[in-house]
Design a protein around this ligand. Structure first.
Ligand code: NAD
Length: 425
């Protein structure tokens, strides 16, 4: 049997570590490089620095095929396909910051034996401009669609794999395609610009779905409909589908906000005003603040009020709090004069620096003790399992719950004497 292609991974965050561990699981030797020595050291000891279900097991099980290094030469010597998984955060203008990608390209030089396989989410046109600078280097666009919280599962069972390459890199693209064959998902072969656009358009479309259902929720509140019922009825139409129709406090996380704004900027820079995305962003910003209005409706002024925020990340099973709604909410509540306490089962301590003057608690009960209101931000199962009617009710100074994810049992809470406010119902 032919030896499996060795794989290089550059940037070992959510995407890079998943990519590295998954290819190792598929039998490839993987050399993964990060610029942070402490990250490389802890990964070399088998310690995974992020909360992602199944990832520590995958890394440990494949330790003998996984090498972590800070040295780019190591990767260039031992591998030919170099998966670029560095971060592309937003700049102040909303454009993607490509400085890390640029640095990687600078380091790779001009060898025609190597190809950069771009997994980082980059603006349309990035591949073309890298090829202009490094003509000999192969270039394959291979955007990543995994979701934090189910990243390993998503990587191993992809809905589709997108591979974009132009004529000169077709051979490298064939090799990339071969890596995914055993996973069984459909492989979309296309040109580089279209592959780049598929990624941005997919995230922008999902974000649009979320802002749409949030607007339906807001109108439902005015008109007496229940957005959960509306979403259920809509989602059964297979042209619409049930996913991303959950009303809440708006989208957050490390991808949607930055990718939507990057696509809007990209369109604007090309002379096209993407009006729909402007609204999607605006609706999302307002949605994050709606919980404050709901608290004021019952508490009046929030000056001196104790408000418990339950959950920090944009969804459970991750400790990634980049662009999390909770951070905006905490700042807004503090701006209104409230004292904010937060609890999250995995993210609270790591996010402490970003939480300004909020008190970080060790348990949900500690956060709720003496609180005038609770705002549920992340639907961690443990929040549904709290003894709301007993222990929680006794501890809170005032039984008000704003359920930002329509997650708790509304009827049970009302029966127990709580004032319950959901979203859109
Ligand atoms: N996180 C997700 O759910 C997700 C999903 C799909 C796509 N993406 C995209 O994938 C990319 C990576 O996202 P992430 O969340 O994994 O990022 P991350 O911030 O978790 O990880 C990026 C890593 O790259 C490292 N790095 C930066 N410059 C480097 C260099 N020159 N050489 C080696 N390492 C370097 C950083 O130290 C960091 O460890 C982004 O473009 C993102 O938009 C992310």
């Amino acid at each position: 049997m032919a030896a499996k292609e060795p794989i290089g991974v550059i940037g070992v965050g959510w995407v890079g570590l998943c990519t590295a561990a998954a290819f190792a699981e598929l039998g490839h030797e993987v050399v993964a490089r990060d610029i942070l020595p402490e990250k490389v050291e802890s990964l070399s000891r088998g310690e995974v620095p992020i909360h992602e279900p199944g990832l520590p097991e995958l890394v440990q099980r494949n330790a003998e095929r996984l090498t972590f290094t800070t040295d780019i030469a190591d990767i260039l010597d031992r591998t030919r396909l170099l998966f670029c998984c560095v971060d592309t955060p937003p700049t102040y203008s909303g454009d993607a910051d490509l400085s890390r990608v640029e640095r990687v390209v600078d380091e790779l030089g001009e060898s025609d034996e190597h190809a950069i396989v771009m997994k980082s989410t980059v603006p349309v046109g990035t591949g073309r401009s890298i090829k202009r600078r490094r003509e000999a280097l192969g270039y394959v666009s291979n955007p990543e669609f995994l979701k934090e919280g189910s990243a390993v599962e998503d990587f191993m069972h992809p809905d589709r794999v997108v591979i974009g390459a132009d004529d000169s890199s077709r051979g490298f693209a064939d090799r990339v395609g071969a890596l995914y064959e055993s996973l069984g998902g459909p492989i979309v072969r296309t040109d580089v610009a279209s592959a780049e656009m598929i990624k941005l358009a997919s995230n922008a479309f999902l974000a649009t779905k979320i802002s749409f259902i949030n607007e339906i929720a807001n109108v439902s509140e005015e008109l007496g409909a229940d957005v959960n019922e509306v979403a259920r009825g809509m989602g059964l139409d297979d042209r619409i589908g049930p996913k991303f129709l959950k009303a809440g406090l708006g989208f957050g996380g490390s991808c949607f906000p930055k990718d939507v704004s990057a696509l809007k900027q990209l369109a604007g820079n090309s002379g096209y005003a993407f009006q729909l995305l402007t609204s999607v962003i605006e609706v999302n910003d307002l949605q994050k603040r709606r919980a404050v209005g709901k608290l004021q409706k019952y508490l009046g002024s929030l000056v001196g009020k104790e408000i418990a925020l339950l959950g920090l990340p944009f969804k459970p099973d991750t400790d990634d709090v980049r662009e999390a709604t909770s951070l905006v909410l905490a700042a807004r509540l503090q701006g209104e004069g409230a004292n904010v306490r937060v609890y999250d089962p995995v993210a609270a301590r790591s996010a402490a620096d970003m939480l300004g003057g909020s008190k970080v608690c060790d348990s949900a009960l500690e956060a709720l003790d003496g609180a005038h209101a609770a705002v549920l931000v992340t639907e961690w199962p443990e929040f549904a399992e709290l003894d709301w009617a007993g222990d929680v009710k006794q501890r809170m100074a005032n039984p008000l719950v704003v359920d930002g994810r329509n997650f708790l049992d509304r009827e049970a809470l009302r029966e127990a004497g709580f004032t319950y406010e959901g979203i859109g119902r």
